[in-house]
Design a binder for this molecule. Sequence first.
Ligand SMILES: Nc1ncnc2c1ncn2[C@@H]1O[C@H](COP(=O)(O)OP(=O)(O)OP(=O)(O)O)[C@@H](O)[C@H]1O
Ligand SMILES: [Mg+2]
Length: 612
Amino acid sequence: MNDKHTLKDSIFKIGRVISVKGRAVDIKVDKTKNTSHLLYKGELLKNISVGGYVKIIKGFTKIVGKVEGEYINEDKYFSKKEYGNEKEKISRVLNVSLLGFFGDKGFERGIKELPLIDNECFLLENDEFNEVHDFLKKGDEPITIGTLSLEKGQEIKVGINSLFASHIGIFGNTGSGKSYTLAKIYRELFKQYKDQKKFKQNAHFFLIDFNGEYVGDNVIIEKKYKNIFELSTREQNGKDKFPISEKNIKDHTFWTVFLTATEKTQAPFIKRTLKKDDIDNIKIENVIKNIITNQDRKIDKGVIFNYLEEIKQFLQDEINIGELRSKLKYHATNNTYKIENYYANEQPDDVIKEIKKCLKDENYDFAIKNDLSNLQKIHLKIIYYYYNEIERGFSNQEHLAPLIKRLDKRINDLGKVVEVKDDGLTNFLTIVSLKEVNSDMTKILPLLMCKQLYDDKKKKNKKETYLNFIIDEAHTILSYSSERESETWKDYRLETFEEIIKEGRKFGVFLTVASQRPSDISSTIISQLHNYFLHRLINNNDILAVEKTISYLDKVSFDYLPILPTGTCILAGLLAQVPVVIDIGTIEPKEQAPDNETMKLIENWKNDKVDD
Ligand SMILES: Nc1ncnc2c1ncn2[C@@H]1O[C@H](COP(=O)(O)OP(=O)(O)OP(=O)(O)O)[C@@H](O)[C@H]1O
Ligand SMILES: [Mg+2]
């Protein structure tokens, strides 16, 4: 027994501590341990090298460190007698950074004790190595996401609880494998849980797909488990429509966000308007009557025509605005309108009658179409009250006009991509593709959809339900450096997602973001992520952005970042006791992987046979 022990010790022992400076420890390697592999019981063991682990024994404590570098030292006391070979006066020194220790519960991250000079150092035994890489907490269930990159064949299992009850960040340059990794981790989860009844009831995953990579029938998981919405602002009625609840469509925050309304003037106007009577009770002609009879307000003379132009799309009959334009005149001297022989300040009723005559006939009643959609009704309502307010001098036209200008196009676009419907999301995975949505709406829609789902979830506050927002290409909506939008709107957009990331956990709401530009994304968001999959990152700003937030990432891992091959990433964060480099496993069958193959030029450019 003792012999065995000594043998093991002599094989696994690699050297002694020669310097301790905080977390950084230097270890002098025994001269006999300078080979790349060692033999133990007929098995080939990898010897200590950069990236590997050492165990430092201090009394009963086993401290674990990671080798970050090595250099050589020449022995100063050198006598010919002692050394037969010149080579032997050189000794190898390892720079080790301390990571954790083996306690009662196995490996734990963190440092409780520092080693002493001359403490003996050992290679990790197999079971100890496994323990360091065992990311499974008690009571959790594993999914396998790949293998250790430096120890071929060693599978990496992570706990479902630790991974999916956390905010996840996946970063890396284009083509480094982010989307693939994202698809892989969710596929592994769904594979295990897709047919569990409670899972279907309680969990909802909401994936925003800017490039249409995930809409294929079988991507991530079979079609029957998904709600797929391929939205398009290009076609009027050709594509899917996302359900927005009736309650939400009547909610002023929805419209404030949707119309990117300014906080001080436009947002309060929207709030007021939506509280007012529905359009069944409004009288279109009242606004016209008020404009022509109102003498003390200084309002734009063309306002009657603008009003008519804007509401004509909601009227049952065609009206002839051209004729009215040629006949209705404004008289600046006595500040009134005149049509035919009638001055509005004397005979308003006759003026109205004449106006109607021009538009249609003298009994025209401005009847509104019966079949207006909910969106159109709100559209009409906003326009009606806008003119109503500016005519009464209640609101400033200059402040509200930009909002009204946006309204027409935005509502038209919205009508193409949403429908008013309560609860159309029946499956646990919802995928929304915004590939064919114009850039204006690409920014607004994710915010609207996420906000609707998040607010609902928050309100219901049911402990057992779970909501996960998955956003690939997250810089599109989470960047803080966009010049095309106003500050207030940017704040609003970021605030919403920042709230989700800061407060969501309490309500069972989590966020997964994948991006090529971590440096572009709001640092509040990046710093609140719990777990990171770091793919190849080349740009220094991006590396810095990651470095700033993941302070415990060791130097070796950092140095790997720019040279990681596609499909290999560093997994770091709360769930991993030590950051590890992993090869993400393949997705089989292939059609379940995201549809984003890098183009193979030669295949497309070369003829199979040379034509002549
Ligand atoms: N673990 C992997 N195993 C096999 N193939 C992979 C793996 N990871 C990525 N790939 C392949 O590499 C290519 C690029 O991957 P992917 O589209 O995921 O990159 P990305 O980082 O999302 O790029 P982008 O930022 O442009 O969206 C794809 O063709 C994908 O199939
Ligand atoms: Mg991608």
